[in-house]
Structure formats: structure tokens, C-alpha cells
Write a protein that binds this ligand. Structure first.
Ligand code: KIV
Length: 271
């Protein structure tokens, strides 16, 4: 008899405990069942169903076009695979900014229709009311500061944010505010490492960095970038752990050759 012992789920409390123990948190994106299965079984702590699906899955130039329905579809697929990881789902552009009632409705749809465990929202002070309203329904919120891609048309460029005094000061204030509001964690994207380290020290909730240096509580990457499936995107902060794009390209070429030559399928592969 085989006993399948289910892995214990990572919770927001587990993440807080990890920060207090000084144990680093690992986080990766997934947008579909098969990828989430690999990432979850490898032991990742958090799976982010990022709105980067807009770029990676749909080929859009920005994260702005992805809809709430599309995010729910991606998140539901990931949830069916994730046995251990905490699954955080991005609230997409236009589903929460400037209208806290709409923010609550969007977050409730994500939780009910996908089964996700938490939502992520980009911004600080300017979305405080929306964050508070979502939290009031018992929905855990992860904040996201620094280079927030949903504001790309405000920034005009994907360069490092908060290098200047005023923007850095605002970011520090926003991080403290997010903790005060009740967020369980904050993503800091593409900001100077020393600023990120200062923020991580100033709050007791875990700070997860992407392009924010090593002195934070955890790291997040887009899984397709880490696997080397995406090729065009090569920022300095990205470490590629595999070159799946060329492995897959070779496999497809070999398949084409075998089909054309009649080598595939052979007798053992036929009924
Ligand atoms: O959408 C996403 O993948 C993200 C990460 C880059 C943090 O927000």
C-alpha cells in the first residue's frame, strides 16, 4: 500500500515565520497547470500568477491588456496543480485602481472563481483605500512597489526606479504604510539594492525582490525567464538556470526530420 502524504501548505503565517528566522523565501511565476506542477513539486514557497502572463502567454507589449477573466482562467489552472505553494494572483490593471468597491469585487472573484490564496496589487498610498477594502474581506494582500509595470506609461521606461531622493523617500513611506494597512508581504521591483535592504529592515513583513539585490527576504523571477524559454528579455537581474528554448528548438527540428523521413512513428509507437 502506498501512502501519499500531502505536503503542508505554505501560508502567509509560514512566510512571516520564515522572515523572523532569517530563512529566504522563493517565489516564481506560473500561468498554467503543467508549469505550476513542476514549480510546486520542486518546492517553491510562493507561486505568483503574475499579470506578466499578458507578455509571456499572450505576447502583448505590456501587462495592461490582460483582463480579470483571463487572470482567473490562469489562476484556476495553477491552483489545480499547486499542492504546497501559496498561490498569489495579480489583480490586473483597471480592476482595482481608484475604486475600492471594484477592488473588493475583483479580489472576491479571484478568490471564489480561481481558488487563489491571496492577491497582489501594485502601488502604495494612492491605492491604500482599495487595499484596506480587500483586506477587510479577509483576503491577504501582497503589495508591489518600485517598477510597477502597470504604470509603464507613466514611467515611460523600464529603467531602475527610486534612484532619486524623493521617489526613494516615497517608496520607504509606502512600504511602511503597506505593512500598517495589513499586507502580508511586499514585492520590490528594480530598485537600488541598498534601498531595498533598508526597506526589508524597516518592516516585519517579508520583502521579496526582483532586481532589488540580495539583502531582502526572498526573490521572485518569471519562470519562463529562469528556464530560458523567453529569449528577448535579458535584464541584468535575470539569472537563467536552463536553456530550454534551444532544447525545445532542437526537439522540434528532430521531430520534423523524423516525420519527413518516415522514422516516426515506428512499429513500437503504432497500434
Ligand atoms: O507579473 C509578474 O510576473 C510580477 C513579477 C515580476 C513580480 O509582478
Amino acid at each position: 500500500m502506498s501512502v501519499h502524504k500531502k505536503a503542508k501548505r505554505v501560508t502567509t503565517q509560514v512566510l512571516l515565520d520564515m522572515k523572523s528566522r532569517g530563512e529566504r523565501i522563493s517565489m516564481l511565476t506560473s500561468y498554467d497547470y503543467s508549469m505550476a506542477k513542476i514549480v510546486d513539486q520542486a518546492g517553491i514557497d510562493i507561486i505568483l500568477v503574475g499579470d506578466s502572463a499578458s507578455n509571456v502567454m499572450a505576447g502583448h507589449e505590456t501587462t495592461l491588456p490582460i483582463t480579470l477573466d483571463q487572470m482567473i482562467y490562469h489562476a484556476a489552472s495553477v491552483i489545480r496543480a499547486a499542492e504546497r505553494s501559496l498561490v498569489v494572483v495579480d489583480l490586473p490593471f483597471g480592476s482595482y485602481q481608484g475604486n475600492s468597491r471594484q477592488a473588493l469585487d475583483s479580489a472576491i472573484r479571484i478568490m471564489k472563481e480561481s481558488g487563489g490564496h491571496a492577491v497582489k496589487m501594485e502601488g502604495g498610498e494612492e491605492i491604500a483605500e482599495s487595499i484596506t477594502r480587500v483586506l477587510s474581506a479577509g483576503i491577504p494582500v501582497m503589495g508591489h512597489l518600485g517598477l510597477t509595470p502597470q504604470s509603464i506609461y507613466k514611467f515611460g521606461t523600464y529603467v531602475v526606479r527610486a534612484k532619486e531622493g524623493e521617489e526613494a523617500e516615497q517608496l520607504k513611506k509606502d512600504a511602511i504604510l503597506l505593512e500598517k494597512l495589513g499586507c502580508f508581504s511586499i514585492v520590490l521591483e528594480k530598485i537600488p539594492a541598498n534601498l531595498a535592504a533598508e526597506v526589508a529592515k524597516s518592516v516585519s513583513i517579508p520583502v521579496i525582490g526582483i532586481g532589488a539585490g540580495g539583502d531582502v527576504d526572498g526573490q521572485v523571477l518569471v519562470a519562463h525567464d529562469l528556464f530560458g524559454i523567453t529569449q528577448e528579455f535579458s535584464p541584468r537581474f535575470l539569472r537563467r538556470y536552463a536553456d530550454l528554448s534551444s532544447i525545445m528548438n532542437d526537439a522540434v527540428k528532430q521531430y520534423i526530420t523524423d516525420v519527413k523521413s518516415g522514422d516516426f512513428p515506428n512499429e513500437e509507437e503504432s497500434y
